[in-house]
Design a protein around this ligand. Structure first.
Ligand code: B1M
Length: 221
């Protein structure tokens, strides 16, 4: 099988949510010398995008989305140590969570993996995280950044609710707020008063480093 055929098969099998075969093909791809990023960005993520498109058209329903998501999550478990390979000292701490009312976590987990790979310490609060839980975690861990993920237009307003909770707790100026998730835009991030936005996991690392550098420069000025 050529690499192109392998990627095509991985895409097709993720699309139909064949978890065991996705796992096997991910391992085969790595053995054949394909990089973890290639498997992610040229097969796994495009397959989930197509799942979303089919769901919107009414060709797929929630169970199909669920099994495709599970297949992708299984592959991520295999790719995680390779994507997060780093000997670097911690360059900052990030508290991350998917906002209240939202159970999507694949995108958040991928951002966490890339953060860890870049040398951040990540405290993952999981999904459906209420504002008060973010507040508690900030008090406990004193992170440089708190990251909110939202994947539904109906849960994006939780960004504002979370920021209000930080303001109320007197924590807003102690932490940089980053937001992201499929329906989120830079414009929306600006409207809710977030400090940073990124459209994908790699961009999230770049933006997080910029935010930390800016905060440290402000402190030492
Ligand atoms: Co849902 N779902 N889902 N779903 N699902 C979407 C998000 C949807 C776009 C599908 C569609 O209609 N095209 C749609 C939302 C529409 C909208 O609001 N605009 C949708 C819907 C409607 C729903 C339900 C309401 C369906 C229903 O029940 N009728 C329901 C909601 C449940 C809830 O949360 N309350 C639901 C449920 C589910 C499943 C549970 C079945 C499953 C989730 C499994 C899981 O996550 N464990 C699921 C799935 C799999 C999807 C799709 C198909 C794939 C999501 C995914 O993992 N993408 C999705 C369609 C799509 O996204 N195209 C869809 C791959 C992932 C790598 O990308 O999540 O964008 P992404 O993450 C990126 C960036 O967003 C960014 O970096 C990540 C990595 O590059 N990023 C950040 C993320 N967080 C960041 C934080 C940052 C910075 C960047 O800083 C802090």
């Amino acid at each position: 099988m050529t690499n192109d055929e392998l990627l095509r098969q991985l895409y097709d099998l993720t699309l139909v949510g064949n978890g065991p075969a996705v796992l096997e093909l991910t391992t085969t791809g790595l053995t054949a010398g394909l990089g973890p990023e290639t498997l992610l960005y040229e097969a796994l993520i495009p397959a989930l995008e197509e799942v979303g498109a089919r769901f919107e058209r009414g060709d797929f329903f929630v169970p199909e989305m669920l099994i495709a998501g599970k297949a992708m999550a299984g592959a991520l478990d295999v790719l995680r140590p390779l994507l997060a390979e780093t000997g670097a000292e911690s360059i900052g701490t990030v508290v991350m969570g998917t906002v209240k009312g939202d159970v999507h976590d694949i995108g958040k987990n991928l951002v966490n993996i890339m953060f860890e790979g870049a040398g951040f310490k990540v405290i993952d609060l999981g999904v459906q995280v209420p504002p008060e839980r973010f507040v508690e975690a900030i008090v406990e861990h004193r992170p440089d950044i708190v990251g909110f993920s939202a994947f539904l237009t109906t849960t994006m307003p939780m960004f504002k609710a979370n920021i209000n909770a930080l303001n109320k707790a007197g924590l807003r100026d102690q932490v940089a707020v980053m937001v992201g998730g499929a329906p989120v835009t830079q414009e929306y991030a600006d409207v809710v008063g977030a400090d940073g936005y990124a459209s994908d996991a790699s961009a999230a690392v770049v933006r997080a480093k910029e935010l930390i550098a800016a905060r440290r420069a402000a402190v030492s000025a």
